[in-house]
Design a protein around this ligand. Structure first.
Ligand code: UGA
Length: 440
């Protein structure tokens, strides 16, 4: 391997792969992004990002123009590379809680004919523990000239570049010193920033990722459980969260009560983790994650319950406005979006539902063609009987409730994210509900 200037391939150019490819190119590496989706490759090659991520489209254009970054659907191009990052998806299987490993297995199999002696495959996808060992055992037969490491990725949508170029830690699962040395060289610019470096064995590296996401999911469901208790007891979960968050052992992040977590990671990761623990005979250890999942899904039902309490049990006569479709702000990702789930359930219950989102309408429309979509907040809420604030985009926080009140039929808003200024909305004449806050 040309140790001083390795060529990198990135297999799978979705969220993770496209970000990783552009960021590694920005560190000065020659990078080829490979994906079987020809349309995606054509788009990326033109410098167009197939999804929304702040700053990434600019970076992509700059890196393509530099000549270091290219995209192709031709796997044989991987023969040029010394290090191959696997960034394909591991979605939940349709018929169980477990992760679908088809794309990972396909990616490694497609690489095998093109692996140079001494090349290193680096898994970044989130996988059930044991996957790396299994792949390594297969490679020992199909491509003994190659090695495998696991290097989980912790980037958040909306902060993808920052999290890739300034991660709060780098975790590498390896089976030998050479693999660690190669990865230290690749990540040298990040290590120079003082990024903590953790060498682990393969199973631990795989587990770090799902443990981190399980912890984050637990934190969110914890505060949503407290929200339920606050509702029952007449308390205010936002004040409670602030107060417990000052204890540095608890910390104030990820204690935002509301309609809970969604997206392509947290929900499927906790489910796949439970499924894997069961296979390993450790079902009991992760039984609590079942409750975390249940609390999370219950938050959606609590919003629907509030809507029914405000309107009537029969929603057929009502127009409901939904602000926000993405699973979180600064993203156009609608995978397992709590907001769209609520919108779709209200629609199924007979209500007419109009949804607005600054970025996610195109994706939302594809998944939920039954919903009505509006191009502006004004259009969305006009004539509505109730407004739901379900994704906390800055645009919604900045709305002036006094300007909006004349547009609606009934000035009722439910803040499903505890992100709006309640006093301001009430002062403007709105009836304001929020999860976990008594309305006294
Ligand atoms: C998550 C993790 O935060 C990343 O570290 C990880 O790399 C990524 O999954 C992944 O596995 O790829 P992401 O899915 O982008 O990142 O979203 P988060 O910022 O974690 O938010 C997840 C969900 O939790 C969102 O629906 C958000 O609205 C919700 N959330 C977050 C809350 O309801 N309350 C909070 O206090 C925080």
């Amino acid at each position: 391997m040309s140790h001083m200037n390795p060529v990198l391939s990135v297999i799978g150019t979705g969220y993770l792969g496209a970000t990783h490819a552009a960021c590694m190119s920005s560190l000065g590496f020659t990078v080829v992004g490979i994906d079987t989706d020809k349309e995606k490759i054509a788009q990326l090659s033109r410098g167009e990002l197939p999804f929304y991520e702040p700053g990434l489209d600019e970076l992509l254009k700059v890196e393509i123009a530099s000549g270091r970054l290219t995209f192709t659907s031709d796997f044989s191009t991987a023969a040029q590379a010394d290090i191959h990052f696997i960034c394909v998806g591991t979605p939940q299987k349709a018929d169980s809680l477990a992760a679908d490993l088809t794309y990972i297995e396909g990616a490694v199999a497609a690489l095998v004919p093109y692996l140079k002696p001494g090349s290193l495959i680096v898994g970044k996808s989130t996988v059930p523990v044991g996957t790396a060992k299994k792949l390594l055992d297969q490679l020992a037969i199909t491509a003994p000239q190659a090695d495998l490491a696991w290097n989980p990725e912790f980037l958040r949508e909306g902060f993808a570049i920052e999290d890739t170029l300034r991660p709060n830690r780098l975790v590498v699962g390896v089976t030998n010193d050479r693999a660690e040395e190669i990865l230290r060289e690749v990540y040298a610019p990040l290590l120079a920033l003082g990024t903590p470096w953790i060498r682990a064995d393969l199973p631990t590296a795989e587990l770090v990722k799902v443990a981190a996401n399980s912890f984050l999911a637990t934190k969110i469901s914890f505060i949503n459980a407290m929200a339920e208790v606050c509702e029952a007891a007449g308390g205010d979960v936002t004040v409670l969260a602030q107060a417990i968050g000052y204890d540095p052992r608890i910390g104030n992040k990820f204690l935002q009560a509301g309609i809970g977590f969604g997206g392509g990671c947290l929900p499927k990761d906790i489910r796949a983790f439970m499924a894997r623990a069961e296979e390993l005979g450790a079902r009991q250890a992760l039984e609590f994650l079942r409750e975390i999942d249940a609390i999370n899904l219950r938050a959606r039902q609590r919003v629907i319950g509030l809507v029914r309490a405000e309107l009537t049990q029969d929603l057929g006569a009502y127009k409901i406005a939904v602000l926000g479709a993405a699973f979180k702000p600064d993203s156009d990702d609608v995978r397992d979006s709590p907001s769209l789930d609520i919108a779709a359930q209200l629609r199924a219950a007979g209500a007419s539902v109009t949804v607005h989102d600054p970025k996610a309408i195109v994706n939302a429309k594809k998944r939920f063609p039954d919903l009505t979509f509006a191009a502006s907040v004004t259009e969305c809420i006009s004539g509505s009987d109730l407004v739901l604030h379900l994704t906390e985009w800055r645009e919604y926080r900045d709305l002036n409730p006094a300007d909006l009140i004349s547009l609606v039929k009934n000035p009722i808003i439910i803040d499903g994210r505890n992100a709006l200024n309640r006093d301001r909305w009430i002062a403007a004449g709105w009836k304001f509900h929020a999860l976990g806050r008594s309305n006294a």
